[in-house]
Design a protein around this ligand. Structure first.
Ligand code: ADP
Length: 483
């Protein structure tokens, strides 16, 4: 059933590594609009620099909102908006930028208005692994890796913003001194909509090696080890469901947003996608009671891996004619277990475990330098999922009856890859129809944040969430074996 013409809408945005996406839902959680801007294709001047959030975001945002307006989206119906950004990216606002943000002229592009507002050019992103020394220093200051993990939830990681800031302090002190505020990509994007500095939310903040995950405030030990007066540069962190304030007058006048449209805190893309799937799976397992379900996702563990999609893409290009269809066909045409051939593909230094190298073994367990194209395709996918399972089991997870694997992101649209995942974990894999789960999660949070103080999702909306979003890619092993 289509929503009423003036019914309120909720906007979710996702500022990822390669694109800016938007999903708009109505109060019944139905998707009513989707748009996106591919950086490489649509902003060619930024080609090969697409990972830099400060230089690209506002331009992409101008383009995206123009596209949505042209497609007929009535922004005045948007009651709340939220979003997510690539985790571990940071943006450094130059002194005076808050004034610029407050007085944006709606007749000009964000691009023109904000080009001089940043103190650090080429700000750090998640792929940066150059701060090993600063990681060691932080761990030493905190009393070791374990102690740091007890405080911040993680040992020191190079890409985490605290260590990137420590490196800037040592190597580009002047730029840091000219900085008025440090945002993550998520809070940066929220700041654009708010017309003022947006708080870093707990969830994205916990990936910085700076937040004390118990007190939910910046850790004094970590702040001091990183940079002087850092708490002032970061601002106080807030819960991910916080309503930060109304959208700035720039968006009201330029795009027709309502003055009462709320900006709900933005968060990191990894927690966002995971939380949405998690919420959906909990609902399926336990049924109704959204209030409890949505409230209980306070903490969860995230492990990140670097050698994922890009490694599969390289094997696809070399072994499957650069086609996902042929890649999938190779998976269909090779058996589970790959006749004993196995491979581990860590082309760049992996995060978990920290190893590098590509190793292939044939059915006699002899290391070989190559495998046939079809076998190589299966080897890379099985190898990646075996590594995930091993990691999960080392963390203490065991695969027991009732275990479910939840899959999201671009590759989750590939059923053959999901089948291998299901086979390796010996468990059903769940995914959602819309691979933009991060964006959708943001739209849900916009809705949830907007109504968190007065009411929670009602039952019909819950049923809709369950039936429309969660699609079981069920384990068909027995059936497969029978046929
Ligand atoms: P990001 O958030 O970094 O932009 P996405 O979650 O949108 O990434 O996923 C993009 C990735 O999904 C691409 O790099 C590509 O490797 C992968 N992908 C897209 N379509 C398929 C497919 N049909 N099969 C396997 N992988 C795919």
């Amino acid at each position: 059933m289509a929503s009423a013409p003036r019914a309120p809408l909720y906007l979710g945005l996702d500022l990822s590594t390669q694109q800016l996406k938007a999903v708009v839902i109505d109060g019944e959680l139905r998707v009513v609009h989707q748009s996106g801007v591919q950086f490489d294709a649509e902003l060619p001047e930024f080609r090969y620099r697409s990972y830099k959030p400060d230089s690209i975001s506002w331009k992409a945002l101008d383009l995206l909102l123009d596209k949505m307006k042209r497609a007929g989206l009535d922004f005045s119906r948007v009651r709340a908006l939220s979003g997510s950004g690539q985790q571990h990216g940071s943006v450094f606002w130059r002194r005076g930028a808050s004034e610029t943000l407050k007085h944006l002229d709606p007749d000009q592009d964000l691009h023109q208005l904000l080009q001089d507002s940043f103190s650090v050019s080429d700000s750090p992103v998640w792929m940066d692994s150059s701060s090993t020394q600063q990681c060691e220093d932080l761990q030493a200051a905190a009393g070791g890796a374990l102690r740091l993990a007890e405080i911040t939830g993680s040992r020191a990681y190079e890409r985490f913003t605290g260590n990137q800031i420590a490196k800037l302090r040592q190597t580009r002190a002047e730029e840091l001194q000219d900085t008025e505020r440090i945002s993550l990509v998520s809070s940066f994007a929220a700041s654009l909509f708010l017309g003022g500095y947006a708080a870093i939310d707990y969830s994205d903040g916990s990936g910085m090696n700076l937040l004390d995950i118990r007190t939910r405030n910046w850790s004094e030990i970590c702040l001091q080890a990183t940079a002087p007066h850092l708490d002032q540069l970061l601002g106080a962190p807030l819960p991910s469901t916080s309503v930060l304030g109304p959208v700035s007058s720039y968006f009201v006048h330029r795009y027709g947003f309502s003055e009462s449209c709320s900006v709900v805190a933005f968060t990191g893309d990894n927690p966002e996608g995971t939380r949405l799937l998690d919420a959906s799976a909990m609902l399926v397992r336990k049924g109704g009671g959204a209030r409890d379900r949505l409230q209980c996702f306070r903490c969860f563990v995230i492990s990140s891996f670097k050698n994922g999609s890009l490694t599969r893409e390289r094997v696809r290009n070399e072994c499957a004619g650069a086609s996902w269809e042929l890649f999938s066909a190779a998976l269909r045409d090779t058996p589970l277990g790959n006749h004993g051939n196995i491979g581990f593909y860590f082309e760049t230094m992996e995060i978990t475990p920290p190893v590098i190298g590509v190793h292939r073994f044939d059915s006699a367990d002899c290391e070989v330098s190559s495998l046939s194209p079809q076998v190589e395709v299966r080897a890379v996918v099985e190898g990646q999922f075996l590594s995930r399972r091993l990691h999960a089991e080392r963390l203490g997870y065991s695969i027991i009856p009732g275990t479910r694997v939840l899959a999201t992101g671009g590759a989750s649209s590939n059923k053959e890859i999901l089948q291998v995942l299901s086979d390796v974990f010996n468990a059903p894999v769940y995914t959602i129809d819309l691979s933009d789960s991060t964006c959708l999660g943001s739209a849900y949070r916009a809705l949830h944040g907007q109504c968190a103080h007065s009411f929670y999702f009602e039952k019909p909306a819950l049923d809709c969430l369950v039936s429309e979003l969660l699609e079981s890619f069920s384990l068909k092993r027995e059936e497969k074996e029978r046929t």
